[in-house]
Every structure is written in C-alpha cells, then in structure tokens.
Design a protein around this ligand. Structure first.
Ligand code: ADP
Ligand code: NA
Length: 350
C-alpha cells in the first residue's frame, strides 16, 4: 500500500474567492493535522488559457501568501510553485503518451473553457488533465482535496495511473519499485496509487452571489458575484447586501430550501463559515427575513476573513520572504520528484 499523502494546487490567476477558500484552502489547513501535505501554486496550468500573464509572479506569491495566511505550515509541509520542479512537465509528457485523445475530449471543463471554437483552443487546454495527473502522481499522492468541479479530472488521473500500472506491470516488478494493491477485486502491482478525491461538506460548490445556479468563479466578469479574500469589511457588506435572494423568509427545515438556490447558497456559506450544518443554521434563523440574516452573515464572514486578509497583506509586503518559502518548498518537492522520475524512466526504459 501507499503512504498517505495529500497533494493539491490552486492556479495563480485572478483573485482568490470564498469558493476557493471554503472548497479548497480551508480544507488544506485542516488536513495538515492528519497527513503529510504538498500544496502547490500551479503556475504552468495558468498558461493554458493565456501564455503571457504580466503579473504571474505576483499572482503566484499572492496564492502562496493565502496558503500561509490561512494557516498552512510550510515548515512541516511543502508549499511550492509548479514550474520550479521540472518533473511536472516531464511526467506530463509521458502521461500524454499514456492517455488517449478520447479521454481528453470527454472532459466537461475543456468543453466549457474551449467554448464553440474548439479547434482554436490551445493544445495545453486539452492536455490540462494530463498535467494535473502528473502533479499528483509525481509525489504518488493518495488524496486530493478539491471542489467537485475537479471530480472528472481526478477520475482521469486514476485512469492514467491504472493504464500505466497495467501496461508496465512486468517492468514495475523488474525495477523492484511497485506495491501490491487491489482495484475493485483485481490485484495490481502498482507504481502509481489510485488517488482519491476528497470532496465533502456543505460547500464543495459555493455559488455566485448574483446567480445561485452558477459557481462562484474567478472568471465571472461581475465582481459582485464573489467575495474575494482581499475584500475588506465594506466590500463584504456591500456584496452580501446586493446578493440575489427571493422574497420568502428562511425556512426552518432543509427541504424548504429546495428550488431556492440563492437562499440555499447563503445558508451553506453561513454553515461552512461557522462550522455548523445547514440544519443547525436553519434552526436558528428559520422564519427570519434576509434583511435580518444578511447582516449576521456579513458579520460572520468579516470575522473569519479579516484576520486572513490582514495576514495576507503583511506577507505580500515582504515578497522576498514568500520567494524563500517557495524556494525551500521547491527543493523538498524536487527531491521526491527526482526519485519518481528516475523510477519512471527505469520502468519505461528511457
Ligand atoms: P476557479 O475555478 O475559480 O478558477 P481554481 O480552478 O484555481 O479556481 O480552483 C482552485 C480550487 O478551488 C479547486 O480545488 C476548486 O475545486 C476550488 N473551487 C473553485 N471554485 C469553487 C467554488 N465555487 N466552490 C467550491 N470550490 C471551488
Ligand atoms: Na476550477
């Protein structure tokens, strides 16, 4: 069996928002008490949409600052940026030759991001999940905390790992590197683990404040649609005040939220920020109007986010410190990555 290890990453594109925090970063912080963790700023992934980003280095530091400000311990765990470890791109190339074009064509994120003019999307955008598989499997990570938008990519990571393990089973044995696992009820001598996504909780999908059917996203053109981690108390208050709702009072039970996506989203955010269940929140606020609930949500959001916001600003004022953290993390990640690449080259005969 494989040693439990967590890997996850966030792209350095645009402001981090409450969805990134509740769906990803806050869970990264919780997991570091239980397992060894590697948290990456996936700068190579950000090239798939647009090759040149003027402030890519600053954006990378900003994500690293958010990791640290949220409470990730970069001494005990590894925090680094993807492009500093060459193994990511190297293993991704090998995985491009393991994965099939049909697998990539099925990815819904590719279809969404490529839009109608698919022939004109970058080849990198199509191959994105192969690089993501390399990010994870370079460390032979067993667990990946992500929002549920990434579930399909995790399935593809397992498909790549499984095909590699099966195609090269004899070579893995000959290289003396694999371990015996069972997949379903099939015994497999595996070099790569069958990585599990960790998708759970009320806020695996935080929705837009302007449209409860769309996920909160960095790429939404409306700034009112999301609460950014860099927003101050006034911004948070203004955005929650303007958040779309319906005219009904809050229900006292969960099924009363059915067909009310905006109400459901705000209750979910309240629950996540206060570490309570939605049921519990409705038991307290059921029967009240949004005019009473919104100020309570604002106060809670400010209480949780203000210290992170303040710490991020402090960290961002000292870019040299963040660069040093990333450099040290890259060196530690690079050692693990070099061992994997050496094994993989043995296995495939490079
Ligand atoms: P975005 O989707 O806004 O461009 P990323 O792709 O960089 O953000 O996602 C970083 C992490 O945040 C991923 O684990 C992703 O699943 C999670 N995430 C992004 N948006 C949301 C959301 N609205 N709700 C919950 N998790 C989210
Ligand atoms: Na995403």
């Amino acid at each position: 069996t494989f040693k439990p290890l967590v890997f996850s990453g966030v792209q350095p594109t645009g402001n981090l928002h409450l969805g990134n925090y509740l769906g990803a970063i806050r869970r990264f912080v919780a997991l570091q008490e239980e397992m060894d963790c590697i948290y990456c700023v996936v700068d190579l992934h950000s090239l798939t949409a647009q090759l040149v980003h003027r402030d890519l280095k600053e954006q990378t530091r900003s994500i690293a600052a958010a990791y640290l400000a949220a409470g990730i311990d970069a001494d005990k765990h590894i925090v680094f940026n993807q492009s500093a470890v060459p193994g990511h791109a190297e293993l991704a190339w090998i995985f491009n030759c393991v994965a099939r074009i049909g697998w990539m064509n099925r990815m819904t994120q590719f279809k969404d991001k490529a839009g109608k003019d698919r022939e004109n999307a970058s080849l990198g955008l199509l191959a994105y999940p192969s690089l993501m598989a390399a990010d994870i499997l370079l460390y032979r990570a067993t667990h990946v905390p992500v929002g549920d938008d990434q579930k399909q990519h995790l399935e593809l990571t397992r498909d790549i790992a499984m095909k590699f393990n099966l195609d090269f089973g004899d070579n893995i044995r000959a290289a003396g590197t694999g371990t015996d696992i069972t997949v379903g009820d099939q015994p497999v001598h595996a070099y790569f683990p069958m990585t599990e996504p960790m998708i759970s909780g009320a806020t695996t999908r935080v929705m837009s404040l302007r449209d409860g059917t769309k996920k909160m996203s960095k790429s939404d053109p409306s700034d009112l649609s999301r609460i950014n981690l860099t927003d101050d108390a006034d911004d948070i208050s203004r955005k929650i005040k303007k958040a779309k709702t319906d005219p009904e009072a809050l229900p006292s039970e969960l099924d009363g939220l059915e067909g009310r996506p905006e109400a459901s989203n705000l209750v979910g955010i309240y629950a996540a920020l206060s570490d309570r269940t939605k049921e519990d929140v409705l038991a307290e606020y059921g029967g009240q109007q949004f005019s009473a609930f919104k100020p309570a949500l604002t106060e809670l959001a400010v209480t949780v986010l203000a210290p992170i916001n303040a710490e991020m600003r402090k960290l961002e004022a000292d870019p040299g410190h963040i660069d040093a953290v990333l450099k040290k993390g890259s060196e530690r990640a690079g050692e693990i990555a070099a061992r994997t690449m050496s094994d993989v080259k043995d296995i495939i005969g490079l």
